[in-house]
Design a protein around this ligand. Structure first.
Ligand code: SF4
Ligand code: SF4
Length: 478
């Protein structure tokens, strides 16, 4: 029996990361994406979209009180929740496709945690200085200057976090009105509560937890690792070119002597700029979010020492092996799995577009009463009762209600009289639903022996458009 006693801590303490500023192609891409995504998030609630009188004029709005979701020209009702299912499937497939083509490109450039952390790091750098100054400052301990910097940094972080929460609630109510209500302390309590929750989570995740969210909390790196293959592009240290690493001078001498000399000068710039503190030269790791900043850092170093750039680059496992074998690199972004993901995206997107283009502007739901299932009247006739809901996704409308499938049945609607033509007409306001109590009465001599299917039709009197719903008529047990 192994009686070895394990001593020491069970958990490795966190090593504080001090990412250094870096310039280059991938940093510029990240700045561009950061500005676009955050600009979109903060400003979208203020974009207006004219939907006519009585309808909200906010382009993107989740209207819980009226149970609607508005997205520019699209208006979804609770009955159309399947569109969200379609969107979720497309989102998952896009993520899989990104992963199959270029690894954790979502993590490195688009994930909200990455984007906000990047912004918080930029603030930290602006207030406290770059990597060296921040390390020195922490080593010196608390001084007046350091205290002033900390107060300024946390105040700016909290302002960004507060505005992040503030922008979030604007998607759930008319933005200009809610801004005024918030400013005059007249907004609903839920708005303040959500702003507080998002302020705290943004401040904690982007300001304090940072890379720990990616390494310990997020499930995607684990799922991603199971989904990837050897053809996916990943940020890769080209070991065959970099090793054996040595100083510039030693490498020059070695090359003159025809001795092996790698291009890596062991300057640690790739590690210093990494927002998660990873040394990419140790291979692909869970902590690497594939942001490409180490590529920028190493390219700068390579240019300075007169060696070709690309010692760290987006590359595939296949090519690492091929270079080792002296073969030229091959890239295969189009392969079975990428085609499959693209086909699913196209199919689900196509179905959703077709459904949107052909969706009806009216609808009807029918629900048979459960108790009682039928009522026997004194003359022997049988009555069944239903709850009918009319959906009107257009302007003011009047619907004529009719029943079919049961000869002799008489349809009645509580609170509505037959008009001169003998029709039951129910009016429904624009963009509204109306619930009706409907009865079907069948005389004794016309009663069916068993339960029969019936169809209730609502026809728009003006346009002739109609919607149908089926249910049953249940006769008495005989
Ligand atoms: S930046 Fe490039 S040269 Fe410097 S340590 Fe990293 S891989 Fe080596
Ligand atoms: S190792 Fe490179 S690509 Fe990976 S997170 Fe660090 S800087 Fe980004």
């Amino acid at each position: 029996m192994d009686d070895t006693i394990i001593t020491g801590p069970l958990y490795a303490p966190r090593k504080k990361v001090y990412p250094q500023a870096v310039h280059g192609r991938f940093r510029r891409i990240k700045w561009t994406i950061l500005i676009l995504t955050l600009g979109l998030y903060y400003l979208l609630p203020f974009v207006r979209w004219d939907r006519g009188p009585g309808a909200p004029s906010q382009a993107v709005l989740v209207d819980f009180p009226h149970r609607r979701f508005y997205f520019f020209f699209i208006e979804l009702w609770p009955q159309e929740v399947y569109y969200f299912t379609g969107l979720l499937i497309i989102a998952a497939m896009v993520l899989f496709l990104m992963n199959a083509v270029a690894g954790r490109v979502w993590c490195g450039y688009l994930c909200p945690q990455t984007v906000w952390t990047d912004l918080f790091y930029a603030v930290e750098r602006l207030v406290e200085g770059d990597r060296r100054e921040r390390i020195m400052s922490d080593k010196r301990g608390m001084t007046f200057t350091h205290l002033r910097q900390l107060v300024t940094k946390h105040a700016i972080w909290l302002m960004i976090a507060w505005w992040t929460g503030g922008a979030w609630v604007l998607y759930f109510s008319d933005a200009p009105t809610l801004v005024k209500e918030l400013a005059t302390l007249e907004a609903p309590f839920a708005a303040y509560l959500w702003i507080a929750i998002l302020t705290v989570t943004t401040y904690v995740f982007a300001g304090h937890a940072r890379e720990q969210v990616c390494i310990y909390m997020c499930p995607w790196p684990r799922i991603q690792a199971a989904l990837t293959d050897e053809w996916a592009l990943n940020v890769t240290y080209r070991r065959d070119r970099g090793e054996p690493r040595m100083s510039v001078k030693k490498a020059e001498v070695a090359r003159l002597q025809q001795a092996p000399a790698g291009d890596c000068i062991d300057c640690h710039q790739c590690v210093n700029v990494c927002p998660t503190g990873v040394d990419i030269r140790q291979g692909l790791q869970l902590g690497c979010v594939q942001c490409g900043l180490c590529i920028d850092a190493c390219d700068t170093v390579m240019s300075q020492v007169g060696r070709p750039t690309g010692l760290i680059a987006y590359d595939t496992d296949i090519n690492a092996q091929r270079r080792h074998d002296g073969l030229p690199p091959v890239y295969r972004p189009i392969r079975a799995r990428t085609l499959l993901y693209a086909a699913i995206i196209a199919a689900v997107g196509g179905i959703m577009l077709y459904a949107l283009a052909t969706r009806s502007s009216l609808g009807i739901n029918v629900l048979h009463d459960r108790n009682p299932l039928f009522t026997t009247l004194s003359d022997g006739s049988i009555r069944n009762d239903y709850t009918v809901r009319l959906l009107n996704k257009g302007g003011d409308r009047a619907f004529a209600l009719e029943v079919s499938g049961l000869p002799g049945a008489v349809l009645r609607v509580a609170g509505i009289e037959r008009n001169a033509d003998g029709k039951m007409i129910a009016e429904v306001g624009p963009d509204q639903t109306r619930e009706l109590r409907v009865s079907l009465l069948v005389p004794a001599k016309a009663l069916p022996r068993d339960s029969v299917d019936i169809e209730i039709t609502a026809t728009d009197v003006a346009s002739g458009l109609s919607a149908h719903a089926t249910d049953h008529f249940i006769p008495a047990n005989r």
